[in-house]
Ligand binder design. Structure first.
Ligand SMILES: [Fe+2]
Ligand SMILES: [Fe+2]
Length: 179
């Protein structure tokens, strides 16, 4: 015999699930926006356009700082008891990302300040920067996964909605990011 389904309860479960799904999507969208900016920087590095790479990296860093500030001010204080990871874990990862970003930016600026001469030196400089970005990208990727898997599901959709409505949040339309 099949279990009886209570239409009202079923509808509430569906609506709650949809709200959580929307919250996860919003978090993912914010992270994708950061990824688009970092990718613009990496494309400039790959093309050995180091001045452009510095500018794109600075834009990404400003967006990253705004993103982290929103999370730490408007989201992490609401991490519930029994959450998969405590707010402290996310804050520690933010400090790690900031340290890696700072060190990597210093490398990019050093190359831009004294551009390599000749095709071989240029290719080696490009390769060194792409290698240098590796650990930063790796840590960011895991951090984003952790937030999307846990934080976006554990925080109420209302808290997330309010946070990502902040003027400093990334635009929903990536075309507004600019070249
Ligand atoms: Fe974060
Ligand atoms: Fe995040």
């Amino acid at each position: 015999m099949s279990e009886a389904v209570t239409p009202g309860v079923d509808m509430m479960a569906t609506e709650a699930g949809a709200a959580v799904g929307e919250a996860v999507n919003r978090f993912t969208q914010q992270h994708e926006c950061l990824d688009v900016r970092l990718r613009a920087h990496l494309l400039a590095v790959a093309g050995a356009d180091f001045g452009r790479a510095v500018r794109h990296l600075a834009r990404w860093r400003r967006a990253l700082d705004r993103h982290i500030a929103i999370e730490e001010t408007h989201l992490l204080p609401h991490v519930p008891d029994g959450a998969r990871w405590a707010a402290r874990v996310y804050r520690l990862e933010h400090r790690r990302i900031e340290d890696l970003a700072h060190d990597y930016a210093a490398k990019v600026q050093a190359v831009a300040a004294r551009p390599p001469q000749g095709w071989r030196a240029t290719r080696e400089a490009v390769l060194a920067l792409l290698d240098g970005a590796h650990s930063l990208r790796h840590v960011i990727e895991h951090h984003h996964e952790r937030e999307q898997m846990a934080l976006a599901v554990e925080l109420t959709p209302e808290v997330q909605e309010a946070a990502w409505r902040m003027p400093a949040a990334a635009p929903a339309d990536f075309s507004r990011i600019g070249p």
